[in-house]
Ligand binder design. Structure first.
Ligand SMILES: CC(C)(COP(=O)(O)OP(=O)(O)OC[C@H]1O[C@@H](n2cnc3c(N)ncnc32)[C@H](O)[C@@H]1OP(=O)(O)O)[C@@H](O)C(=O)NCCC(=O)NCCS
Length: 392
C-alpha cells in the first residue's frame, strides 16, 4: 500500500519513456533501419571510418578534410598513457575482468587531469576525445601485461582500429583486418538511449566531469544483459563446433526455454541492420583466415534458429556475428565488451553533451510502500526481522 493518494504509473525498465529530444540516432525497429545523425549505417559502414563517424556523432556533422586531420591528430597526441596509469594497470591482478580494468583505469585518468571539471562544453568535448584516444591503449596494455609482455607504445599515423590491433601484438595489422575492426567500431559507436547511454546521461545531468560520465557508461555496459551477448554467442558457436550439430543444439535449447544468443532485441522486431553488415564481413573474413568451419557453424545455428523462431519477432542481432569476427581477428573473448566500450564512447559523449545543452537534473521518483512513524526500539527489544518495518 502506498501513502501517495494520486494515481501513479510505474514505468519499470523505463520502457517507452522519452528523456529528451535528440538528433543523434534514429532506430526504426520495424523497418530494419539505423541512422547516425541522419546517415544510414550501411552508408557509414561502406564509406566512412571510425574517426569520421565519431566526429559525426560528437560534433553533429561530417568533418571536412582539415577538421578530420585535426581530430585524428588530437587522438594521436593523446593515445599514450601516463607512466603512473601504465604502472597501475600492471599491478592489477592478471585474472581481472578487462571491463573492471577499463572502468578503473578511465576513472584514474581523471586523477591526472589538473582540471577535470568544466562547465565549458568545448572543454568537456576535448576531455572526451582524450578518453576516446586512451581507451584502446588501456585495453591493449592490460592484455599485454596479463600475458607477461611489455605494452607496445602507439605507433602513430594509424587509425584507431589499426593502432589497437598493433598495440595488441606489436605487429603491423593486415590492412583487411584493420578495415574489419574499423567497420565493427562504426557499427557499435551509437545506439540511442540504451542502458549505458542513459547512465552517462544521468551522470552528465549532475554536471559531473567527463571521466565520471564515461566511467558510468563502462560500469553499466559491463552487465551481461547489455554488453556480453557477443561473447556468449561465440561460446555457443565454439561449443556446437560443427554445422551438422546446429539443428539439434537449437531444438534442444528452445525446448529447454533457453535463449539463442545473438537473437532478439528490445527495439528491433525484424533484422538488425548491423547484423546484415557483419554477417557479410564475417563470411569474407572466414575465407581469408581459412576459418570457414567456424562461419559455417554460426550460419547453421542462425538458419536453424530462424526456422524454429519463424512467425515470432525474434531475429538475429548484431551479436550473432560480431563475436566470431573478433575471434577471427585473434582477439581474446573477454576483450569483446571492452572493444564495444571503446567504440561506444563516441555515442556516450554525443548524448551527454546534447543533454547538457538543455540540462535538467534527472531525478525520477520511487513509490514508497513502506512503513512510517515506527517507534524507535531499544536494541534488546528488536526482533531482527523485516516484518516490523512493513506498513500495517
Ligand atoms: C535482447 C533481449 C533481452 C530482448 O528481449 P525482449 O525484447 O525484452 O524480449 P523478452 O525478454 O521479453 O522475451 C520475449 C519472448 O521472446 C523470447 N526470446 C527473446 N529472445 C530470445 C532468444 N534469443 N532466443 C529464444 N527466445 C527468445 C523470450 O523467451 C520470451 O518468450 P516467452 O514470452 O515465451 O517467455 C532478448 O532477445 C535476449 O535475451 N536475447 C539473447 C541475448 C542477446 O543476443 N542480446 C543482444 C542484444 S543486441
Amino acid at each position: 500500500m502506498s501513502l501517495i493518494k494520486e494515481p501513479v504509473v510505474i514505468h519499470k525498465g523505463l520502457d517507452n519513456v522519452y528523456v529528451k529530444e535528440s538528433t543523434i540516432c534514429f532506430i526504426d525497429g520495424e523497418a530494419s533501419k539505423l541512422f547516425y545523425r541522419g546517415y544510414s549505417i550501411e552508408e557509414l559502414a561502406d564509406h566512412s571510418t571510425y574517426e569520421e563517424t565519431a566526429f559525426l556523432l560528437i560534433y553533429g556533422w561530417l568533418p571536412t578534410a582539415s577538421q578530420l586531420r585535426e581530430f585524428t591528430g588530437n587522438l594521436e597526441s593523446h593515445r599514450s598513457l601516463e607512466p603512473e596509469i601504465l604502472q597501475l594497470i600492471k599491478e592489477f591482478p592478471a585474472h581481472s575482468d578487462p571491463m573492471d580494468v577499463l572502468r578503473t583505469a578511465v576513472s584514474a585518468l581523471g586523477l591526472f587531469d589538473p582540471q577535470p571539471m568544466s562547465d565549458d562544453i568545448s572543454v568537456r568535448v576535448a576531455k572526451a576525445v582524450l578518453i576516446l584516444a586512451k581507451v584502446p591503449t588501456i585495453i591493449a596494455a592490460f592484455e599485454r601485461y596479463r600475458n607477461h609482455k611489455d605494452p607496445v607504445p602507439p605507433k602513430g599515423h594509424l587509425s584507431q582500429a589499426a593502432e589497437f590491433l598493433y598495440m595488441l601484438t606489436g605487429n603491423d595489422p593486415d590492412p583487411y583486418d584493420a578495415h574489419v575492426m574499423d567497420v565493427a567500431l562504426i557499427l557499435h559507436a551509437e545506439h540511442e538511449m540504451n542502458a549505458s547511454t542513459f547512465a552517462c546521461t544521468v551522470t552528465a545531468s549532475t554536471l559531473a566531469d567527463m571521466y565520471s560520465i564515461i566511467t558510468s557508461g563502462i560500469g553499466t555496459l559491463r552487465g551481461p544483459l547489455h554488453g556480453g551477448a557477443n561473447e556468449a554467442a561465440l561460446r555457443t558457436v565454439l561449443e556446437v563446433g560443427d554445422s551438422s550439430k546446429a539443428e539439434s543444439y537449437v531444438v534442444d535449447a528452445l525446448a529447454q526455454k533457453k535463449r539463442i544468443m545473438g537473437f532478439g532485441h528490445r527495439v528491433y522486431k525484424t533484422w538488425d541492420p548491423r547484423y546484415l553488415i557483419l554477417k557479410k564481413v564475417a563470411g569474407e573474413l572466414a575465407v581469408r583466415k581459412g576459418q570457414t568451419q567456424l562461419f559455417d557453424t554460426a550460419l547453421a545455428i542462425e538458419m536453424s534458429a530462424r526456422k524454429h523462431l519463424e512467425g515470432t519477432p525474434i531475429f538475429p542481432n548484431v551479436d550473432s556475428y560480431s563475436g566470431i569476427v573478433f575471434h577471427m581477428l585473434g582477439i581474446q573473448t573477454d576483450l569483446f565488451t571492452p572493444i564495444f566500450a571503446m567504440s561506444r564512447i563516441a555515442g556516450w559523449t554525443a548524448h551527454a553533451i546534447e543533454y547538457l545543452q538543455a540540462n535538467r537534473l534527472i531525478r525520477p521518483k520511487a513509490l514508497y510502500v513502506g512503513a512510517t512513524g515506527l517507534p524507535y526500539t531499544q536494541i534488546e527489544l528488536r526482533t531482527g526481522k523485516l516484518e516490523e518495518h512493513r506498513m500495517p
